[in-house]
Write a protein that binds this ligand. Structure first.
Ligand SMILES: Nc1nc2c(ncn2[C@@H]2O[C@H](COP(=O)(O)OP(=O)(O)O)[C@@H](O)[C@H]2O)c(=O)[nH]1
Ligand SMILES: [Mg+2]
Length: 215
């Protein structure tokens, strides 16, 4: 993405992956880890319910004014609605970092590079090792793959070591973290990936602004 002005729209991280893989649980853990130090904005996108938003506010990890719940009702213009929600948050509370839970869905539908500065794909280790081998564009292109529910992997005969090797091969070396989001295991590593990417993007943007513009 060329010259992003992060004062207009904060660094935006999208969390993608099938329903039930642990996106809300991971968001909850991340808000808990980051909320004290970073001015967060959170957007949830669901079809008709607002359960994820209620869970985040109910757990007191994000104040209601820093959260927007988008209900898409199946409309294909979910990215436009998400962008509007982020704009609203920028005007209301000026977040420094925005976390978006995308509507859980197919791993085939790629995330919008215009909307997301960083994409995290969350999959369920209890889905079995083939989850990584079969995953589509979202899984291969995401900046970070999170294999969640590693506590359940052994129950379905999935070996995290083999999943790590498959992920490395499929994702051309891009990072993969293994987590148990509901108990916070591995979340620190996700935090460090996010903060590293954010820092790098802000530095890159600052360098872009300092470059002389062609006349
Ligand atoms: N055993 C186990 N359960 C988890 C873990 N992470 C999430 N869950 C549970 O999996 C279910 C779906 O998680 P949720 O975060 O709602 O998934 P989402 O649909 O992707 O947002 C919930 O009942 C969570 O409590 C984990 O690491 N281990
Ligand atoms: Mg959710």
């Amino acid at each position: 993405m060329s010259e992003r002005d992060f004062t207009t729209r904060a660094f935006t991280v999208g969390f993608s992956g099938p329903p039930g893989s642990g996106k809300t649980s991971l968001l909850l853990a991340l808000c808990r880890a980051l909320g004290g130090d970073v001015a967060l904005g959170v957007v949830t996108t669901e079809l008709t319910t607002t359960e994820d938003a209620e869970r985040l506010v109910g757990a007191r990890v994000v104040p209601a004014e820093r959260l927007r719940a988008v209900t898409t009702g199946g409309s294909p213009s979910v990215d436009a609605a998400t962008l509007r929600a982020i704009d609203e948050l920028m005007r209301a509370v000026r977040p420094e970092l925005v976390l978006v839970e995308r509507l859980g869905g197919s791993l085939e539908v790629a995330c919008s590079a215009e909307l997301f500065d960083y994409v995290v794909c969350v999959v369920d280790a209890a889905g079995g090792e083939q989850v990584i081998r079969k995953g589509g564009a979202v899984l291969t292109d995401a900046d970070l793959l999170v294999v969640n529910k590693t506590d359940l992997a052994a129950l379905v005969g999935a070996q995290p070591e083999r999943m790590a090797a498959d992920a490395l091969a499929r994702r051309a070396g891009k990072p993969t973290s293994f987590t148990q989001a509901s108990s916070g295991v591995g979340v620190e590593e996700v935090v460090s990936h996010l903060l590293g990417a954010w820092r790098e993007a802000v530095l890159r943007a600052a360098q872009g602004f300092l470059q002389p513009k062609p006349s």
